[in-house]
Design a protein around this ligand. Structure first.
Ligand code: UD1
Ligand code: MG
Length: 446
C-alpha cells in the first residue's frame, strides 16, 4: 500500500569522516546493500513513495543509490535543520505527514515508523525516542506532565538535570507537512555547536500551541553508523535478522551464526545450508538445494535439488540446473551447468555451457582467457570429460563425446567421438630397478 499522504526526507549529506573512507558513508554496504538502500527499502515497506534525499556536494554514488528518488544538495553542512530545509524545492506541496530520517541509521523497522505515522493523528509532531544505556551525545527528550514532548535539548546544550534524562532522540521525526518548512525557517543557530538544529522545531511547535509526542523504540534499532566498528555491529544485527527470516521460511542451517546472507538472497523451500557459507548479492536458490559447508556464492541461480560443495564457488552469472552437482574446489563463472550434470572436483568452468547429464572429471579447466579476450566452451549433453583436461576456448564438445584424461583440446569434437591428445605411453620393463642399482653404485648412497 502506498501512503499518498506521506513523504520522507532522508538526510545523507555527511561524508562520514570517522569511516576514514573515500566513499560517502551511506554508500557502504550492509548485507550487500548500501546503508542508504536499507533506509529506502524500509520506506518502501512503509509505503512512503514520495521521498527526497539530501546529499553533500559531489556525491554521484549516493545519487545513484537514491534514484529514482530526487536528491537535493546541501552545499554547506550547517546542521540538521538546514539540511532538511534543502528538501523544500523538491517537496513544494508537502503531504499530511513528512518523515525525516538519517541515511546512516539503517536498522529501524517499518513497524516502528508506522507507529509514528499513526501517532501523528494525535500530534503535530512525533519524535522517535529510545532509552539509551549510555545517553552521552544524544539529544534528550524533555517531556511534560501530560506525557507530551516539550523540547529536545542537545547534549552539549543540556543542563546537568537534563543530562540525567535517559529518554533520547533517535533523530527520526514525523511532522505535519503544513508546519515543517515554516518551523524550519524559524530555527536559529545560537547554540553550543553553532548549527541549525532540526530538534529545535519541537519547542517552536509547542510555543505555537501544537501537541508533540514521543513514540518509543528499541535502542538496537537506532544504531547509527559512524565508523567501521559500528558498521560491523550493524552487520551482525542484519545477519541475525536475515538468518531468522530464512529459517522461518523453511531453510535448515546447521550453524546459522557462520552463514552470511545478503538482503536479496532468495531461498526455495527445504534448502539446507552447512556451516561457513557466504551468500553475496544476487543469489537465488530453488527448492531442496543442498549446500554443504564452506561455499561462496554471488550473482548466481541454482535450480531445485542441486547439490553444492563443500568448498564450491559460484561467481556472477553462474546458473546451476536441476539436480546438478558442483563439488569441492569447483569454481563456476558466467556458465550454465545444465540439469543433472556433475562437476565434482577441482575444476574451473568459466564462460561455458555444460550440457545436461554431462560428467566433468577432476581437474578440468575451461581455458577461457588468452590475456585479451574471453572465449566460450560448449560441452554437449551427456559428454564425458576425462580428468585433468584443458578445454581451450573457443571450443565445442559434441553431445555424448568422450575426452581422454589429460588432454588439451583445441579443436571441436563431434558428437559421440573420442578425442585425446596425450602422447602414447612408453613402458620399459625393469628400468626403475636398474636405474636404482646403477645410481647406488655411482654415488655410494642408499
Ligand atoms: C542528531 C540529533 C540528536 C540525536 C542524534 C541521534 C540534531 C541537532 N541532533 O545529533 O538529537 O540524538 O542525531 O543520532 O539533529 N546531516 C546533514 N547535514 C548537516 C548535518 C547533519 O545531512 O548539516 C546528517 C548527517 O549526515 C547525519 C544526520 O544528519 O546522517 C545527523 O547528523 P549528526 O551530525 O550525526 O547529528 P548528531 O549530532 O548525532
Ligand atoms: Mg550522529
Amino acid at each position: 500500500m502506498t501512503h499518498s499522504d506521506l513523504a520522507a526526507i532522508v538526510l545523507a549529506a555527511g561524508q562520514g569522516t570517522r569511516m576514514r573512507s573515500r566513499r560517502p558513508k551511506v554508500a557502504h554496504p550492509l548485507a550487500g546493500r548500501p546503508l542508504l538502500g536499507h533506509v529506502l527499502d524500509t520506506l518502501d515497506a512503509l509505503g512512503a513513495g514520495r521521498r527526497v534525499v539530501v546529499v553533500g556536494p559531489d556525491m554521484p554514488e549516493v545519487q545513484a543509490i537514491a534514484a529514482p528518488a530526487p536528491t537535493v544538495e546541501q552545499a554547506e553542512r550547517l546542521g540538521t535543520a538546514h539540511a532538511t530545509l534543502q528538501a523544500r524545492p523538491a517537496l513544494d506541496d508537502p503531504p499530511g505527514t513528512v518523515l525525516i530520517l538519517y541515511g546512516d541509521t539503517p536498522l529501524i523497522r517499518p513497524d516502528t515508523l508506522r507507529a509514528m505515522v499513526d501517532a501523528r493523528a494525535e500530534a503535530a509532531l512525533v519524535v522517535l525516542g529510545f532509552r539509551a544505556a549510555d545517553p552521552t551525545g544524544y539529544g534528550r527528550l524533555v517531556t511534560g506532565a501530560d506525557g507530551g514532548l516539550d523540547a529536545i535539548v542537545e547534549h552539549k546544550d543540556a543542563s546537568e538535570a537534563q543530562r540525567a534524562i535517559t529518554l533520547c532522540n533517535s533523530g527520526v521525526m514525523a511532522v505535519d507537512g503544513r508546519l515543517l518548512f515554516p518551523l524550519l525557517e524559524r530555527v536559529g543557530n545560537d547554540n553550543a555547536k553553532g548549527e541549525y538544529y532540526l530538534t529545535d522545531i519541537v519547542a517552536l511547535a509547542r510555543a505555537d500551541g501544537h501537541r508533540c509526542a514521543v513514540v518509543e523504540g528499541n535502542e538496537a534499532e537506532m544504531l547509527g553508523i559512524n565508523d567501521r566498528a559500528q558498521l560491523a555491529a550493524a552487520e551482525r544485527v542484519v545477519q541475525d535478522r536475515l538468518r531468522a527470516a530464512a529459517m522461518a521460511g523453511g531453510v535448515t542451517m546447521t550453524d546459522p551464526a557462520s552463514v552470511f546472507l545478503s538482503m536479496d538472497t532468495r531461498f526455495g523451500q527445504d534448502v539446507s545450508v552447512g556451516p561457513f557459507c557466504v551468500f553475496g548479492p544476487g543469489v537465488t536458490l530453488g527448492d531442496d538445494v543442498e549446500i554443504k559447508g564452506f561455499c561462496h556464492f554471488e550473482g548466481c541461480e541454482v535450480a531445485a535439488g542441486a547439490v553444492l560443495g563443500p568448498y564450491a564457488r559460484l561467481r556472477p552469472a553462474a546458473i546451476v540446473g536441476e539436480g546438478a552437482h558442483i563439488g569441492n574446489f569447483v569454481e563456476v563463472k558466467k556458465a550454465t551447468v545444465e540439469a543433472g550434470a556433475k562437476v565434482n572436483h577441482l575444476t574451473y568452468i568459466g564462460d561455458a555451457r555444460v550440457g545436461a547429464k554431462a560428467n566433468v572429471g577432476a581437474g578440468t579447466i575451461t581455458c577461457n582467457y588468452d590475456g585479451f579476450g574471453k572465449y566460450h566452451t560448449d560441452i554437449g549433453a551427456g559428454a564425458f570429460i576425462g580428468s585433468n583436461s584443458a578445454l581451450v576456448a573457443p571450443v565445442k564438445i559434441g553431445d555424448g563425446a568422450i575426452i581422454g584424461a589429460g588432454s588439451a583440446i583445441t579443436k571441436d569434437v563431434p558428437a559421440d567421438a573420442l578425442a585425446l591428445t596425450r602422447a602414447p605411453q612408453t613402458t620399459k620393463e625393469r628400468w626403475a630397478a636398474m636405474f636404482r642399482t646403477h645410481m647406488k653404485r655411482l654415488t655410494g648412497k642408499g
